[in-house]
Write a protein that binds this ligand. Structure first.
Ligand code: SF4
Length: 267
């Protein structure tokens, strides 16, 4: 695996630190992270993200029309990628851009999982239990997501990366405001630029519309393979919605099957 040079790392870090400064982040402190143990070197080798137009499972172009391309990120050693994520988490831990969320949060909830994950799940924001524990998708929704990953897709939760559109709990579990999602977007982009997942699964309309910058209900975004900076994106219902509407689990399973076909895990 190609090692990230000190110059490249410094360039990359200075780029996203500038993004964060533009977003108003001023304070920089270190904070502990919860990551799974890095995989073996053979697990982390992967081809560069495809520059081809995104295709749906049926071979049609993505309907999202997303045309962004990820900054060419150099490959990094285990330490360097974890260090880059730790730097972002440190910014998150002392961020105060959203006054209402800051006033109500117990702590920020950065993300969890494998820094080398090929698959990243994105939800909307932490709930009460996530806020208390500092880990995304714990509690009933988290257990359902774990079941979707481990029992449905037959992969370990520890092998994926999980984060949210916003890193602070909205009070009374309300949806994040657009301004809050926009304020937190540099953290999401920086995280994805480090992990560089080949596949992303958006959980619910808040995650899907914010990541893809589209204005459409989740029903219109399902069933299509979208593109975000070269990552293939599949959208499905949020686990909390599935707990309230068990009948929608059938559609969610269809979405996971679409994702698994793209990943070569399902024929
Ligand atoms: S939601 Fe994101 S941008 Fe807003 S205060 Fe929390 S970490 Fe900062």
């Amino acid at each position: 695996m190609e090692k990230l040079s000190k110059t490249s790392l410094n360039y990359y870090l200075s780029e996203y630190l500038e993004d964060l400064k533009r977003a108003g982040v001023k304070d920089f402190r270190r904070t502990p992270l919860r990551f799974a143990a890095p995989p073996s070197p053979t697990d982390v080798e992967r081809p560069a993200a495809s520059a081809e137009s995104p295709k749906s499972a049926s071979g049609k172009p993505s309907e999202s029309g997303a045309t962004q391309s990820r900054k060419p990120a150099p490959s990094a050693s285990d330490d360097e990628r974890e260090r880059a994520l730790a730097q972002i988490a440190a910014q998150v831990a002392c961020c105060s851009l959203c006054p209402e969320l800051v006033a109500n949060r117990t702590q920020t909830v950065f993300g969890t999982g494998n820094p080398y994950a090929e698959l990243c799940f994105i939800g909307e924001g932490p709930g009460a239990e996530e806020d208390a524990r500092g880990v995304p998708f714990v509690g009933r929704s988290g257990q359902l997501l774990t079941d979707m990953i481990e029992k449905g897709m037959k992969i370990k939760r520890a092998d994926v990366f999980i984060c949210n559109v916003v890193r602070c709990r909205p009070p009374q579990n309300r949806n994040p405001e657009r301004s809050e999602a926009d304020a937190c977007r540099p953290f999401l982009d920086a995280t994805l630029d480090v992990v560089r997942p080949k596949y992303i699964c958006c959980l619910g309309s808040i995650a899907a519309t914010n990541l893809l910058r589209v204005d459409a209900p989740i029903g219109k975004l399902r069933g299509i393979v979208h593109d975000y900076k070269g990552s293939k994106v599949v959208c499905t219902y949020h686990p909390a919605y599935l707990l309230r509407n068990p009948a929608a689990k059938k559609q969610a399973w269809e979405d996971l099957q679409l994702l698994m076909r793209e990943m070569g895990l399902f024929k």
